[in-house]
Design a binder for this molecule. Structure first.
Ligand code: NAD
Ligand code: SSN
Length: 503
């Protein structure tokens, strides 16, 4: 772990007493051993509440990633021999440890991501829900029997583990994004080398500390930590090391496209959970009160930092005045700001000054093109440099704004009026991303028509929240390849083998 003095500084800066302080570690986890970087290099993790360095983490090199992949390869051969029931029992033990350490995990999430503590509990519970779901799925990785055209033959299929899965995760929901991906890969019988985001490596480390307590073969889960520059080397090794059979990535579309192209050189399987630009449509027949609540939940949870957050909001011109008024009143009265450790606080800072810069740039761009701020539009400097408040804009040519083509990934939202269903579907589908979309209507035939017309992998109808462990999560177009969660999320980490037997 880091030096005692570094750990003491960390523990003093937060009003929380860890039940298991050993979950805080600065080392990578390779082949079942906790290891500092061979070079001794570290990188800083910042507390988004004040941009101060909270802790320093091992900055590993490519050679260490190679070792981790080798360890995973050895482990995967041993691990795949276990029965599905054995695997399920191991997963259950890990899940129970995570549940038992829920408070500490939520605290780490608040520390490194700046999530208000209540929201951190939600993301930890969301992560746990995936493990519980996979626990049920492990024993349902069924094969099939297929009638053969050549009458004397019989064909059956089975689902086999793929071997070594390399996983790369983002900062925005560090417990859930890791458990949704790593939990599925391990449930399917694979070993994993995980590279967490440089902003949030401590959640990954704590999760591995709990994994270590379960009797998995050494090397079944490896954590390689690195800063932005080291991440490029780590990614390169993951893409080109022949032992890696599947690269599973969650993050931006630009990085996903790059890694997918590298993996294609070796025909490696990839899972790509990429960026969104979700349209949120309120039709003239919608229940306005419910639509306002849905939009707020969709746009402002996690301070607007999820890939499925509404990015472009469309409201029918006949109700936009009433809708906007209600939205503004609700937003202005809903959020409590303050210390992220206060359980009553429900809106936190952005993850870093980079998040603030992007939200600010989108706001300034919209205003320069004629938009008006009707709520928010500023940073609560008294709380810290990253506390951007929920911001709503109206007016101006939406399609010319940066927030039309780019994911804001922050709490800034612009409302666009529309006239007809046909027009709004066209507008919603203009972008190359296709992750989530939402709409509110009370008309049942419109429910089907519009759901089918929207070009996204997920559609929320009369709800602003689609995320759930049982729901296939993922996008189409440039939002990705594959699905996470649900039965498909586990199947993605298996190979189908067909066996033909002659009579
Ligand atoms: N579809 C989904 O399920 C989903 C979920 C969460 C976030 N996201 C998307 O993620 C983005 C925000 O996250 P971000 O800013 O961390 O994204 P990012 O793409 O910058 O980083 C994601 C991860 O990739 C790593 N990375 C960057 N370059 C790399 C390289 N060359 N090789 C290997 N790893 C590399 C980063 O260190 C990080 O761990 C948004 O676009 C958001 O929509 C998508
Ligand atoms: O950021 C994207 C994932 C968050 C979620 O699963 O709801």
């Amino acid at each position: 772990m880091g030096s005692m003095s570094e750990l003491n500084v960390l523990l003093k800066r937060i009003p929380y007493k860890f039940k298991t302080p050993s979950l805080l570690d600065s080392r990578a986890f390779i082949g079942g051993r906790w290891t500092p970087a061979a070079s001794g290099a570290t990188f800083p993790v910042y507390d988004p509440a004040d941009n101060q360095v909270a802790y320093k983490i091992a900055n590993v090199s490519r050679a260490e990633v190679k070792t981790a992949i080798g360890a995973a390869q050895t482990a995967s051969k041993q691990y795949k021999q276990l029965t599905h029931r054995n695997r399920k029992n191991l997963l259950r033990e890990w899940t129970n440890l995570i549940k038992g350490n829920r408070d500490d995990l939520a605290a780490i999430c608040t520390l490194e991501l700046g999530k208000p503590i209540t929201e951190s509990y939600t993301t930890v519970d969301y992560g746990i829900s995936f493990l519980e779901w996979f626990d049920g799925e492990i024993e349902r990785l069924y094969g099939e029997t297929i009638p053969a055209a050549r009458g004397s033959n019989r064909i059956m299929t089975s689902r086999e583990p793929q071997g070594v899965v390399a996983a790369v995760t983002p900062w925005n929901s560090p417990v859930a994004m890791i458990l949704r991906k790593v939990g599925a890969a391990i449930s399917a019988g694979n070993a994993v080398v995980l590279k967490p985001a440089p902003e949030t490596p401590m959640c990954a480390i704590a999760i591995a500390k709990l994994f270590e307590q379960v009797d998995y073969p050494e090397g079944t889960l490896n954590i390689v930590t690195g800063d932005a520059a080291a991440s490029v080397d780590i990614g390169d090794e993951m893409c080109h090391n022949p032992a890696v059979r599947h690269l599973s990535f969650t993050g931006s579309t630009s990085v996903g496209k790059f890694l997918n192209t590298e993996c294609a050189k070796h025909l490696k399987k990839t899972s790509m959970e990429l960026g969104g630009n979700a349209p949120f449509i309120v039709f003239e027949d919608a229940n306005i009160e419910k639509a306002v609540d849905g939009l707020i939940a969709c746009k402002f949870r996690s301070s607007g930092q999820t890939c499925v957050c509404a990015n472009r909001a469309f409201v029918h011109h006949s109700i936009i005045e009433e809708f906007t008024e209600r939205l503004q009143k609700t937003v202005d009265g809903l959020f409590k700001y303050g210390s992220v450790w206060d359980p009553d606080v429900n809106f936190g800072p952005l993850y870093s000054s980079r998040g603030v810069e992007k939200a600010k740039a989108h706001q300034e761009d919209a205003v320069s093109k004629g938009a008006k701020i009707i709520s928010g539009g500023f940073i609560k400097e008294d709380l810290g440099p990253n506390f951007y408040v929920p911001t709503i804009l109206t007016g101006g040519p939406s399609q010319e704004m940066r927030s039309w083509t780019q994911e804001t990934f922050g709490p800034v939202m612009h409302l666009t009026p529309f006239e007809t269903e046909e027009e709004v579907i066209k507008l919603a589908n203009t972008e190359e991303s296709g992750l989530a979309s939402y709409f509110y209507t009370e008309d049942i035939s419109r429910v089907w028509r519009v759901s089918e017309a929207l070009e996204t992998g997920m559609v929320g109808v009369r709800t602003g929240l689609v995320s759930a462990c049982e729901q296939p999560f993922g996008g189409i177009k440039e939002s990705g390849i594959g699905r996470e969660g649900s039965k498909f999320g586990v199947e993605d980490y298996t190979n189908i083998k067909s066996i033909t037997v002659g009579l």
